[in-house]
Design a protein around this ligand. Sequence first.
Ligand code: APR
Length: 249
Amino acid sequence: MEGAALETVQGWLREARHIAVLTGAGISAESGVPTFRDAQTGYWAQFRAEDMATEEGFRAHPARVWGWYQHRRQMLADVQPNAGHRALADCAQKHPGRITLITQNVDGLHQRAGSAEVLCLHGDLMEDRFLDLPRPCCHPDTVKAGSPPHCPRCGNLLRPGVVWFGEPLPWAVLEAAQQAARGCDLMLVVGTAGAVYPAAGLAHSARAAGARVVVVNTAPSELDYVAHAVLRGRAAQVLPALFGADSLR
Ligand code: APR
């Protein structure tokens, strides 16, 4: 990370009345949560997204997919938010209304770091919902244990409350994120490969609406060409450096 670039971006942050932050799996990497697309360590180096992150994959092998999500849930119990999550939460607390935090992550680490009102584009790993439209017999309190748990009367399966490939994003959340992207003066794009839409499209929207766009990533991303500046480095180091000494003042 070059000092001059950091100072330039700090200047832009000071000038910005409204800042949108879009985060991806990279911000949680230093908490010990695997990313998806990093070579070797990413989930999609081990598994096929079609198998583990689509409705078709779940219907074909519900026990296998449920087991993988259970494993990821258990792993979250052992990890903590890192300095990157905390820098964003602290800054938002000091400057209410100035930052809108939008995340593709389902790990809840932004919220655990103290960020309120996080726009979670891809749902919440810790939530469950029924796979098929719930009938009157389907009640979360009466599900029969199993892998996955299911309604004892009709067999409707529980599934994780995340957004799978091919599924729509929660409408109101996406709408709020798009408004923030179109209305911000600066968008920080942190730890995302920028390969999944509509999330990645938010950076394009921000740029098209006249905002400055800054990418923070350890490696090249598909959104680097949209950015006015790229800060090459780890989120847990770059974000505290950016927001340290209250650079928004
Ligand atoms: N700091 C900053 N960036 C990092 C760090 C780090 N410590 N470690 C890794 N990265 C970067 C990688 O270089 C990569 O560009 O984080 C990015 C992670 O990319 P992905 O694994 O593709 O994660 P993400 O962009 O969040 O994926 C989007 O894809 O599979 C779906 O639904 C899933 O929400 C996810 C979506």
